[in-house]
Design a protein around this ligand. Sequence first.
Ligand code: ATP
Ligand code: MG
Length: 183
Amino acid sequence: MPSGPKIGWDTLTTGRTQQLSTATGHNLPAARSSFVGRERELGATKRELETTRLLTLTGAGGSAKTRLALEVGRTLTSAYPDGVWLVELAPLSEGAFVPKEVAEALEVSDRPAQPLEDTLAEVLKDRELLLLMDNCEHLLEATARLVNRLLDSCPRLRILAASCEAIGVEGEVRWLVPPLSVP
Ligand SMILES: Nc1ncnc2c1ncn2[C@@H]1O[C@H](COP(=O)(O)OP(=O)(O)OP(=O)(O)O)[C@@H](O)[C@H]1O
Ligand SMILES: [Mg+2]
């Protein structure tokens, strides 16, 4: 099992500001097949992420958005002190579950009497991590709301999204992933 992000209640309740993250963490699944070609796309996505805090890989179903995002994430685990975390939105039926899914991926506990969006914004405030949000297309409004909130509150957070349609928030850079070529 990958190690979880070192984001603790302890920091919040005691107000300590030390970096808890000593080990690089991620929750990315191991690749089941080799990543073929697409070096140019891989390089371009990584370069774009250096200057963009929200990069959305768009494109038709099956154009390899998820695979590219995962591959980028795998190569960047050591570049983000607080890790690279995948949030899979495909199984969610309602936008209301988006914050919960993000919190679960990051192992952030819900706090009684505080909206989960606020807790996430507070916990991630000083974190330098990459969030991979996959399959946002059916929950664009809820995704946009949370993404807006987190980008505003967490200056060192970067988000790489994979979605048939752009999320539609200010500052988003959209990149249309070209279809896979037929051999
Ligand atoms: N460079 C690659 N090398 C090997 N396999 C790849 C590569 N890119 C994509 N694939 C494979 O092609 C298939 C489709 O890719 P992927 O699931 O990433 O598409 P997608 O755009 O995310 O689709 P959807 O819109 O349905 O989520 C997957 O089985 C994936 O593993
Ligand atoms: Mg996909």
